[in-house]
Ligand binder design. Structure first.
Ligand code: BDR
Ligand code: CA
Length: 311
């Protein structure tokens, strides 16, 4: 039976590519899309999610509006990375589709209660929606099957501060709540995602997708590739969020290690760093399975093959 997924996201270019991958994955049953602030404002992320759902023709999937801002810190956006609208140079038609009336965190609570121990939360943005659900109904922690999250950096440098990764940086307090909720938790950090660089050579292999989808991939990643070159000296763009989605399709793409991880909330220069207790110094049981190695070639092949199915 297909695995039931709630996709919590802040689209965002690589978020959009992750949604494309989910739409090309019969192994997964996409139950809902819950949208958070993150790469751009909540309003723009929501509008992007609705446009993408229409592009993909998956209007049966409910889209819910989520948190407008983080739990504690001020709102951040990353428009230098994802463009003013959040989808790079891609321009999609305004969506006719509307979000459902339920808030993201209420929808998560309801679906988890209706499907106990069956739902995987795939989280590829700041964790505010999940933290709000857990703060409102802590008992749902026992009914979530697992969380797979793109976020954090263990050995790899941060992409937001010298030490912190963007999704954790945006709402570190929420991340710390979710990591410690006692839910089976897999973290897919920059250590692995920054090895997965999508280049124009890869994009040229996406020949079978519908023209509108091909053009969306080309125009959104054109911006993202320019960002990586200009700000990080990297050739190609890191497709962070699609890797987290891909391990739901094929878990053997990554090698994981169990760690006790915590988020630095102390307010100093390492604020929002994800800290892994490598040698068990804290004598705490692991609270996360962390992807530390990835088969880049197999992942890229899977990604391209699935994009070609979107026809
Ligand atoms: C993460 O931050 C966002 O910019 C991306 O969408 C991804 O989820 C990478 O640090
Ligand atoms: Ca994201």
């Amino acid at each position: 039976m297909a695995e039931k997924i709630i996709f919590d996201t802040d689209p965002g270019i690589d978020d959009a590519l992750a949604l494309l991958l989910l739409a090309a994955a019969p192994e997964l049953d996409l139950m809902a899309i819950t949208v958070t602030h993150g790469n751009t404002s909540q309003d723009k992320c929501l509008s992007n999610a609705l446009k993408l759902v229409e592009l993909l023709g998956i209007e049966q999937v409910p889209v819910a509006r989520g948190a407008q801002e983080p739990l504690v810190k001020e709102l951040s956006v990353a428009e230098e990375t994802h463009g003013d609208g959040g989808l790079g140079y891609a321009v999609l038609p305004e969506a006719k589709l509307k979000p459902v009336n339920e808030s993201a965190h209420d929808l998560i609570i309801r679906l988890v209660n209706e499907n106990p121990n069956q739902i995987t939360l795939l989280c590829v943005g700041p964790m505010t929606n999940i933290a709000l659900a857990l703060l409102k109904k802590p008992e749902i922690a026992k009914k979530v099957k697992r969380i797979v999250a793109m976020g954090g950096s263990i050995h790899y440098p941060g992409n937001s501060t010298p030490q912190s990764e963007y999704n954790v940086f945006c709402d570190p307090e929420s991340y710390e709540i979710v990591v410690n909720a006692g839910i089976d938790f897999t973290l897919v950090p920059l250590d692995v995602t920054y090895q997965c660089l999508l280049t124009n050579q890869h994009i040229d292999q996406i020949t079978h997708a519908r023209p509108e989808i091909k053009s969306f991939i080309k125009e959104s990643t054109r911006f993202y590739i320019e960002f990586h070159a200009e700000y990080q000296g990297i050739q190609g763009c890191a497709i962070n969020d699609p890797l987290a989605a891909a391990i739901l399709i094929d878990p053997t793409l990554v090698e994981n290690r169990d760690y006790f991880i915590s988020v630095d909330l102390s307010g100093g220069p390492s604020k929002a760093k994800t800290i892994a207790d490598h040698y068990g110094a804290l004598k705490k049981a692991p609270n996360a399975r962390v992807s530390m190695a990835v088969d880049v070639d197999r992942f890229m092949k899977l990604f391209i093959e699935r994009m070609n199915r979107l026809n």
